[in-house]
Design a protein around this ligand. Structure first.
Ligand code: GLU
Length: 415
């Protein structure tokens, strides 16, 4: 059983649920695997494995990103799709959950080969996609250009421009302002709102693991708010500076390759692997991959709180160790929900033919993140739950409510 399902079962013990209900959530609604064949620039062809999992659509059309990575498999896609189901429920978005993936090292393909792969994915899965059915978005190693290619291929196949079929598109092609940094911004709004409750001083010290879209935007937002970024890492390595890393230099070296480009600057020292976790700080931002904090390294963490900007960065075993050390974890389905929340705003704008201002997007995102964070904190306090347990219980209870409402509709139809 995957960690998300385990946590779901744990949460279910605190709710009065219809017996058949959990059984429904034990397996995905559908999981499709497809062969994606593309022409390579040298005239040869190559095949890649593609997946799309629609986990549950009780609360609405399924929603979730597509990742391109060497180590994705059907199990990951299923677990991540369940996570999306819970995330959309927690944020009260009218969506179920889904996830997609392609087993590929995107760095090994040229720009043209990548575009062919994006289009092949849309051709393989267009039957399950649709603005009222399943709506993809970017995830690990995919971006607005990936979404533009997929949307364009989809429009060609169905013969209609239906931009609400995919979110995270370029703004010029119907994307929403504010979608690019929405994941980091959502987490940042929560941290700003809860800084006092967590006992942080105004100049919070921050360590960021993973400097992709979410991690880099978080660094920028936190630095602009006066926080001190004491260490950052990416797949190539990590760097630290007790006096705080210079954010402009960080942006510059990252755009040229890796954060390790900062080595050699005054006060900057190298940090490798798990040493990143042991850096003393107020907030540790996990913005890289799954399962990076596990039973073997959780004990070394010195942060007061952890923000899960990535999906599933902490294993259930590590959760227990961190709880015993009183480290507060702001769980992924809340912490990184800003991305899918602004995806929802994009979907609404596309369906209504509207373009919202950046201020409107930020205002709505802030209100949504703060109100759901308050709900999670209140539930945790009242029931003596961890924030993760509270988030799962709330998300699950909203899905249960929808399933119950449906059941009543069905039975009344039978009468
Ligand atoms: N991939 C992001 C996530 O895991 C965003 C999904 C979306 O916008 O649909 O939440």
């Amino acid at each position: 059983m995957n960690a998300t399902l385990k946590r779901l079962f744990e949460a279910a013990r605190h709710l009065y649920l219809d017996p058949g209900f959990l059984e429904n959530l034990e397996t995905p609604l559908e999981l499709i695997q497809a062969r994606l064949t593309i022409a390579m620039d040298d005239g040869s062809t190559r095949c890649f494995l593609g997946y799309r999992c629609r986990y549950d659509d009780t609360r609405g059309p399924t929603k979730g990103g597509i990742r391109y990575t060497k180590d994705v498999d059907a199990y990951d896609v299923v677990e991540l799709a369940l996570m999306m189901t819970l995330k959309c429920s927690l944020l009260e978005l009218p969506f179920g959950g889904a996830k997609g993936g392609v087993v590929v090292d995107p760095n090994s393909l040229s720009k043209m080969e990548l575009e062919r792969l994006d289009r092949a994915y849309a051709r393989a899965f267009y039957r399950v996609l649709g603005p009222d059915r399943d709506i993809p978005a970017p995830d690990m190693a995919t971006n607005e250009t990936t979404m533009a290619h997929m949307a364009d291929e989809y429009y060609t196949i169905v013969g209609k421009k239906t931009p609400a079929v995919i979110t995270g598109k370029p703004v010029a092609l119907g994307g929403s302002l504010g979608r690019d940094d929405a994941t980091a911004r959502g987490g940042f709004y929560i941290m700003r709102h809860k800084a006092d409750t967590l006992g942080f001083k105004s100049k919070m010290t921050v360590v960021i693991i993973g400097c992709g879209n979410a991690g880099m935007h978080y660094a920028r937002l936190a630095a602009a708010a006066g926080c001190k970024i004491v260490a950052v890492s990416d797949s190539k390595g990590g760097v630290g500076n007790h006096a705080g890393l210079d954010i402009n230099q960080l942006k510059a070296v990252k755009s040229r390759g890796s954060v390790t480009g900062m080595l050699g600057s005054t006060g900057v020292f190298e940090l490798s692997g798990d040493a990143m976790l042991a850096v003393p700080c107020d907030l540790l931002v996990m913005a890289a991959k799954e399962n990076m904090v596990h039973a073997g390294n959780a004990g070394s963490i010195k942060a007061k709180a952890i923000l899960e900007l990535a999906n599933g960065p902490i294993t259930p075993e590590a959760d227990a160790i961190l709880e015993a050390k009183n480290v507060i974890i702001i769980p992924d389905i809340l912490a990184n929900a800003g991305g899918v929340t602004v995806s929802y705003y994009e979907w609404v704008q596309n369906r209504q033919g509207e373009n919202w201002s950046l201020e409107k997007v930020h205002e709505r995102l802030k209100a949504a993140m703060i109100s759901q964070a308050d709900a999670v904190w209140a539930c945790a306090q009242e029931k003596h739950f961890s924030l993760r347990q509270a988030a799962y219980v709330i998300a699950l209870s909203r899905i249960a409510k929808a399933m119950n409402a449906l059941k009543m509709t069905i039975s009344s139809r039978l009468l």
